[in-house]
Design a protein around this ligand. Structure first.
Ligand SMILES: [Zn+2]
Length: 341
C-alpha cells in the first residue's frame, strides 16, 4: 500500500513538473517572481515589513483551493478543501495558519511548495505590517513542510520537533528536497509575539515523534496539525494509533473550549477532536473482532475494503486501506502482554 501511496505522490509531483514546464512555456509571471526572489533574499526581508503588497502573487487563494478564515482576533486559518491526491500540485493539501502578535507573526505549516509558502507570506502581508518571526512545522510530512524553503531564504527560524531534520534529510515519506527546520524544540515551549503568547506542546501518534500542537491562550485557538483530520480518512501509515488516541484524550481534557484548526478539513472545536477519537475507537473495535475471528491481514484487506457508511462524506478515502493495515498491525496482531509467572 505504501508503494501505492508513493505512486500517488509521484503522480502529484509529476503533475507539478508538467505545470511548472507549462507555466515557463507560457511565460507565466510567477516563475519570474520566483527567480527574482531567489537572487534577492535581503530585499525580501525588508519588503516583508512593508505594508503594501509589492510582490507578484504566485497563485491566488482560490486557485490554491484555500479559504482564509479569522478564527480569533488576529489569528487566521488557511483551510484547504481538496481531496487527495490534489488535482494540481498548486492546490494546497493541508491547512496552514498564522498568529499575529503586537510585534510579529508566527506562521504554522507553510504548505507543500515554495509557491504556496509565498502565497502564505503575501496573505500575512495583506493583513499586517508586522514581520514574520517564526515558522512552526507541526510535523515533518511534506505537505506541511515543503514551503519551508521560502522562509529559510528570509532567515526566519523554523521550529520542529525531535528527529524532524533527520527524517527530512533522509527523504522519509516523500520529503526528499524539503528544507528542514532550523530550530528543534523537544518540550513545551512558549513563544511571545510581543504581548501575545503561543504555547507549543508535544503530542504523539501521527508522525513517529515529530508532532506538535500550538495553542493561543488569549483567544483559545488550538492548531492541532494532523492530530485531527476533520471529515477525512486520516493518514496512519506513519502513526502509532494508541499514542494518537492517548494524545487526543489529553487534548480534549486540556482544551475543552478551544476552537480547533485541524491539519486537514474545516475548522472545528472539541467535537472534531472527539470525532477523531471515535474514529479510532471504532477502528479498534473492528480490529479486535478480526482478532477474535483469527483473520489474516490479506483477508481483512479484502473483506473490509469498503469505507464504512459512517464515513461516506469523508474525503481522502484512498487512505482507508492503510488504516486497515495500521489497525491490523497495531490492534489485532499486537500481542497480549504476558503475565509474569
Ligand atoms: Zn501528516
Amino acid at each position: 500500500m505504501l508503494k501505492k501511496l508513493k505512486i500517488k505522490y509521484l503522480l502529484a509531483f509529476l503533475l507539478a513538473a508538467i505545470a511548472t514546464m507549462m507555466s515557463i512555456t507560457l511565460g507565466h509571471s510567477w516563475s519570474i517572481a520566483q527567480a527574482q526572489k531567489q537572487t534577492q533574499p535581503q530585499t525580501q526581508i525588508q519588503a516583508q515589513n512593508k505594508p503594501v503588497e509589492t510582490s507578484i502573487k504566485t497563485v491566488s487563494l482560490q486557485n490554491a483551493g484555500l479559504q482564509l478564515q479569522e478564527v480569533g482576533q488576529g489569528i487566521y486559518a488557511l483551510v484547504a478543501s481538496t481531496d487527495f491526491p490534489p488535482v494540481s500540485p498548486m492546490v494546497a493539501i493541508c491547512n496552514g495558519g498564522f498568529v499575529i502578535g503586537s510585534d510579529g507573526v508566527l506562521v504554522i505549516d507553510p504548505f507543500q511548495t515554495s509557491e504556496l509558502a509565498e502565497l502564505m507570506i503575501a496573505t500575512v502581508k495583506s493583513l499586517t505590517d508586522k514581520p514574520i518571526r517564526y515558522v512552526l512545522n507541526t510535523h515533518y510530512h511534506f505537505d506541511h513542510t515543503g514551503g519551508n524553503v521560502a522562509f529559510v531564504k528570509r532567515e526566519v527560524p523554523i521550529m520542529g520537533r525531535g528527529v524532524i531534520r533527520e527524517y527530512i534529510q533522509s527523504g522519509r515519506n516523500n520529503t526528499g528536497g524539503v528544507t528542514p527546520p532550523t530550530m528543534i524544540i523537544n518540550s513545551q515551549t512558549d513563544i511571545w509575539l510581543g504581548d501575545r503568547q503561543v504555547r507549543i506542546e508535544r503530542v504523539d501518534g501521527h508522525s513517529s515523534g515529530t508532532d506538535l500542537v500550538a495553542y493561543v491562550p488569549d483567544a483559545k485557538v488550538l492548531f492541532t496539525g494532523d492530530m485531527v483530520f476533520n471529515k477525512r480518512i486520516p493518514f496512519t501509515a506513519d502513526g502509532d494509533l494508541r499514542q494518537w488516541q492517548a494524545s487526543l484524550y489529553r487534548l480534549i481534557a486540556t482544551f475543552p473550549e478551544a476552537k480547533v484548526v485541524p491539519g486537514h478539513g474545516d475548522v472545528t472545536d472539541v467535537t472534531g477532536l472527539q470525532a477523531q477519537q471515535a474514529y479510532f475507537s471504532s477502528l479498534e473495535r473492528t480490529a479486535l473482532e478480526w482478532k477474535s475471528q483469527i483473520l489474516t491481514k490479506e483477508q481483512v484487506l479484502q473483506k473490509f475494503a469498503k469505507v464504512p457508511d459512517a464515513y461516506k462524506e469523508y474525503k481522502f478515502k484512498g487512505l482507508y486501506s492503510t488504516n486497515l493495515e495500521s489497525a491490523y498491525e497495531q490492534f489485532a496482531r499486537s500481542a497480549t502482554i504476558p503475565l509474569i509467572p
